[in-house]
Design a protein around this ligand. Structure first.
Ligand code: DC
Length: 236
């Protein structure tokens, strides 16, 4: 089967990137973490005083967009690309709570979304890509052959995020993480520009009770089914 596009959308901290990364490695596809791009812009705004105490001017953010250059360099240890902001690896910095708390403000801005969409579509233009985010199946690649919409129980998601941040040396409280998840879910689903919603043709994956291997197998089976359908079409 020719290479396809796989779009994975869903709520915060559902394990989208874990699944997308494993899937890309298994299929020999590239993996793109679209949330990392919004996080990198947010980091830039925080570092340059464009966002102060959660307050920012939309026009100020739009003005700095042409000063932001994003690039992605494959890291053989994580088997995924690290995000670079103006030539500097910011993979660790963009995962900090300060960025998580502000990223939903920045991702509502139309000009920011347009810039990100251009980069994301270019990265997926040759197919053979697994991209995760909030609007991949609905806006970036509406023609993706496979769309997954991920969800999971809020407490389980919270605990996974706490464990991840703690293991990376960023200890956080459970309460703070849960509050952040719920507010991001709300803002991401209710914004005007490309809100988070399930594409009509997306398949729901609730991974509350699934381990990493089980969720990967669930999606690999869908890829196999697609191959079968393509094969039957070719026989006609
Ligand atoms: O996937 P993540 O939690 O790292 O994403 C961070 C934020 O970026 C998320 O709260 C909303 C925004 N985002 C978006 O608006 N559209 C995307 N395609 C990906 C992320």
């Amino acid at each position: 089967m020719p290479k396809i596009t796989i779009a994975i959308d869903g709520y915060s901290s559902c394990g989208k990137s874990t699944l997308a990364k494993a899937l890309a490695a298994k299929l020999g596809y590239s993996y793109v973490d679209s949330g990392a791009m919004y996080r990198a812009i947010t980091l830039y705004c925080l570092e340059h005083g464009i966002i102060k105490d959660g307050v920012y001017q939309r026009e100020e953010v739009v003005k700095i967009l042409d000063q932001v250059h994003l690039s992605f360099v494959y890291n053989p240890h994580t088997k995924a690309s690290d995000t670079y902001l103006n030539g500097q690896n910011v993979e660790k910095e963009i995962r900090q709570m300060a960025v998580s708390k502000n990223v939903s403000h920045i991702s509502v801005i139309r000009e920011v979304r347009e810039m990100m969409a251009k980069i994301q579509r270019a990265m997926g233009k040759n197919r053979g890509v697994v991209m995760d985010g909030r609007d991949i199946g609905t806006n970036i690649f509406p023609d993706a052959e496979l769309k997954i919409f991920m969800t999971a129980d809020t407490d389980i998601r919270t605990q996974r995020r706490v464990d991840e941040l703690t293991s990376k040396g960023n200890p956080v409280s459970t309460e703070e993480v849960k509050k952040n998840l719920l507010s991001r879910d709300y803002e991401d689903s209710h914004r005007e520009e490309n809100p988070l919603r399930k594409a009509d043709d997306a398949i729901i994956l609730d991974n509350s009770e699934l381990n990493k291997e089980e969720q990967l197998n669930f999606v690999l089976k869908l890829v196999e089914d697609l191959k079968l359908v393509e094969g039957l079409k070719a026989l006609k």
